[in-house]
Design a protein around this ligand. Structure first.
Ligand code: NAP
Length: 491
């Protein structure tokens, strides 16, 4: 099945930070792929801006070579690339000074008052304020202006509030798109489709039938290249407060009355507000260390960040409880870490055992289990219990009912749309459903801050775990104490 492409009207998109890693690896390739899919029409203007002194033709040359590496020729050929590059220009500009702003004004002058203007802040958060102020003072905004801000959105509740206040002094909440690329993943949206589009799951989606839920976001990469940022952040701020929190919200929220941005975000906010504080003994922090015989600075967190006394966690697991009618009594186990055994983002919904087995003890215990794979190989697997084939009595076994989205939905050899493609086009269309609202971000920090303050006050030091493992042993104990086990971390 080929996905339906609905073209949008020509628009202007300014990428601040156009020479940076994110712009090069994600934003511009996403725009190029949407262009090749026929969604971005002629007349659209894409303007890169950063301090580096490229001319437009130099920038196009650099972009051309970046895009050739990032986007397969099967999707976008050289003709398409040449046409796409014609949409792109570059302006040297300083977010904190006046350099380049008049040139930017000229570049996007002539746009009608109702032309969509997207300003993508692909720069460090300290530049969000200066950019917002200058967009305003140079009169670059109109009623259809949208700004996109990247994570991290603040470092704690106080800084997130400051950032929200700064942006709110120049833009309406309806113009601010706080991006969390996890929300753009096909499977994440399918979570809502599966839950609210089927009669099958929702009646069982509560503490009466669900034993517990596991959310795992495992990475194989270390922190090399992001040492300074990571050392100040750690897994709790970098991943748990945003990506895992968002997944938790989508899994746990009540059905919104309609699939509309505020209805969905209201329900997510209620989940965050219903989260209990986390007990210290329900938190496990880890830091990767070299596996036996392994060499290389990137195998060892402390060597990577050049701080032998670092107490920043590269791994965190915790047990969360949501105090509401639906979930009281069902624990949510969340874990995320770097340098783990495999790259894998998975949600496992573990259903309870049947209340009584008519097959007797020897048939074993068999509970249903819904596995939602976010990456790699996005898809959903439901394990169901059946009779083991053959004579020899009633023995039971679990078999997977598997739905791989790539196989089921994608034309052969073509990857499903990347999260950034979907999210950027949502910004252009003015749909905020998959973006975080200011109060959601603040509520997430409001839950996270006391957890961090707690381990800081106790002076907790993260437990070492071997690079390439499944994390610290204490994380296994966290579940074993409850007679449960983590599902494996598999690619
Ligand atoms: P980066 O590689 O360091 O790029 C930063 C960009 O900002 C560069 O283009 C830089 O270009 C520009 N810049 C810096 N100071 C500027 C100024 N005063 N005026 C105008 N431009 C300026 O950072 P990044 O990795 O692309 O990340 C960008 C943002 O996205 C950050 O907030 C980051 O936390 C977030 N993010 C990144 C990723 C990722 O995978 N990279 C993932 C999630 C979120 P010049 O030096 O030429 O000015």
């Amino acid at each position: 099945m080929v996905s339906r492409v609905i073209p949008v009207e020509p628009f202007d998109l300014v990428v601040f930070g156009a020479t940076g890693d994110l712009a090069q690896r994600k934003i511009l390739p996403a725009l190029f792929r949407r262009f090749c899919a026929g969604q971005i029409p002629a007349g659209t203007r894409i303007i890169g801006a950063a301090r580096s002194g490229f001319s437009t033709s130099d920038y196009r040359e650099k972009l051309s070579s970046d895009l050739k590496q990032q986007v397969s020729e099967q999707i976008c050929d050289v003709d398409a690339l040449a046409k796409f590059l014609q949409l792109v220009t570059y302006v040297p500009l300083d977010a904190t000074g006046e350099m380049g702003w008049s040139a930017l004004c000229e570049r996007i002058s002539g746009a009608g008052a109702d032309r969509v203007q997207v300003f993508y802040f692909s720069v460090g958060p300290t530049l969000f304020g200066p950019l917002a102020e200058r967009l305003h003072s140079y009169g670059l905004t109109n009623a259809e202006t949208r700004i996109v801000v990247e994570k991290p959105f603040g470092h704690d509740l106080a800084s997130a509030r400051d950032l929200n206040r700064t942006l709110a002094s120049h833009f309406e909440e309806g113009q601010i798109y706080r991006i969390d690329h996890y929300l753009g993943k096909e499977t994440v949206q399918n979570l809502m489709a599966v839950r609210f589009g089927n009669m099958l799951f929702e009646p069982l989606w509560n503490s009466q039938y669900v034993d517990h839920i596991q959310i795992t976001v495992a990475e194989t990469v270390g922190v090399m290249g992001r040492e300074d940022y990571y050392e100040r952040s750690g897994a709790m701020r970098d991943m748990m407060q945003n990506h895992l929190m968002q997944l938790l919200c989508l899994i746990a929220m009540e059905p919104p009355a309609k699939f509309d941005p505020d209805a969905v975000r209201d329900e997510k906010l209620k989940v965050i507000r219903a989260l209990d504080p986390v007990e210290p003994y329900h938190i496990v922090r880890g830091q990767y260390a070299p596996a036996t015989g392994a060499i290389g600075r990137d195998q060892n967190y402390r060597e990577t960040v050049e701080n032998q006394r670092s107490s920043t966690e590269s791994y965190i697991a915790l047990k969360a409880h949501i105090s509401n009618w639906r979930w009281a009594g069902t624990p949510f186990y969340l874990r995320t870490g770097k340098r783990l055994k495999a790259r894998s983002s998975v949600i496992n919904v573990m259903f309870k055992d049947a209340p009584h087995s008519i097959f007797g003890e020897e048939a074993g215990r068999h509970a249903n289990h819904l596995k939602i794979r976010l990456q790699p190989n996005e898809g959903i697997t439901l394990s169901v219990t059946i009779k083991e084939p053959g004579p020899g009595g009633m023995r039971l076994m679990d078999v997977p009912l598997d739905m791989s989205f790539a196989e089921a939905l994608g034309p052969k050899g073509i990857d499903p749309a990347d999260a950034y493609e979907r999210l950027i086009m949502d910004v252009v269309r003015g749909n905020q459903t998959l973006f975080m609202r200011g109060d959601e971000v603040e509520a997430a920090w409001g839950w996270t801050d006391p957890i961090i303050a707690g381990w800081q006050a106790r002076g907790d030091v993260p437990k070492p775990y071997e690079s390439g493992s499944t994390g610290p042993g204490d994380a296994d104990l966290l579940l074993r104490r409850d007679q449960r086990e983590w599902r494996g971390i598999n690619p």
